[in-house]
Ligand binder design. Structure first.
Ligand code: ADP
Length: 227
């Protein structure tokens, strides 16, 4: 089991109960959509996995590690191991495609040789090898999201967290990104993807976890957006 939430409750300082005794697990290699209306608790799940927040009660195991017990000083190392993709790409604007992806390796102290070998390979996977020297600000939204995918997977993360990865993209580009994610998943990476895009969820026919008011109301294999 790669992700295990056991009776996780999250109450924010202002008293908002964002998650109420949420339990679920994700096996290695799964592709899971997390859906639900705004304010349901989806981002709280990703923030807990990233250890941006701690649960008020309950346990969270990632790759058999109790992440609630990771000391603050070790958090940067833990976070660098996760792959994360956001709606707004979060790239280094003045840098090239190659530099943006290389950065994820450089922060973990990878030798230059490894950077030169791995970056082209992962850019190839997302179909951007020919744009390696282009500044990311000169790319389309879809291309920028491919760069952020490449950056997220270059360290072979145990889990790839995607928070509305297609939220800023037109429908055709969104589909292209989903196809790349599907490929990444088929090569063994576990994916947890938060989205509102019902058409994409319906098309992919993957597991769907639906949250309402901090409670899992549906957990369905090969699910659709509206059951
Ligand atoms: P979603 O991602 O499904 O839109 P969230 O997980 O962001 O929902 O939020 C769940 C609930 O927790 C909402 O009521 C939201 O207002 C509240 N919430 C989220 N973050 C905080 C915070 N830092 N402080 C207080 N309340 C929060």
């Amino acid at each position: 089991m790669l992700i295990l939430f056991t009776n996780v409750t999250k109450i924010f300082d202002n008293g908002t109960e964002a998650l109420k005794e949420v339990s679920f697990y994700v096996e290695r290699g799964e592709f899971v959509f997390v859906i639900g209306s705004s304010g349901a608790g989806k981002s709280t799940i990703t923030k807990l996995i990233m250890r941006e927040e701690l649960p008020t009660e309950g346990g969270i195991l990632i790759n058999n590690t109790d992440i609630t017990k990771i000391p603050r000083s070790e958090l940067p190392y833990y976070r660098r191991k996760l792959g994360v993709v956001f709606q707004d790409f979060r790239l280094l604007p003045g840098k090239t495609v190659f530099e943006n992806v290389a950065f994820a390796l450089q922060v973990i102290g990878a030798p230059k040789r490894e950077v030169r070998r791995k970056v082209p390979a992962v850019l190839n996977l997302v179909g951007l090898a020919h744009k390696a020297k282009v500044r990311v600000t000169e790319l389309s939204g879809g291309e920028q999201q491919r760069v952020s995918l490449a950056r997220a997977i270059i360290n072979n993360p145990p889990v790839l967290l995607c928070d509305e990865p297609t939220g800023n993209l037109d429908p055709v580009t969104a589909l292209e990104i989903m196809q790349i994610l599907n490929q990444i998943n088929k090569s063994g990476t576990t994916i947890l993807l938060v989205t509102h895009a019902s058409d994409i969820v319906d098309m992919m026919k993957k597991r769907v976890i639906e949250i309402q008011d901090g409670i899992i109301v549906r957990d369905q294999k090969q699910g659709v957006y509206s059951a």
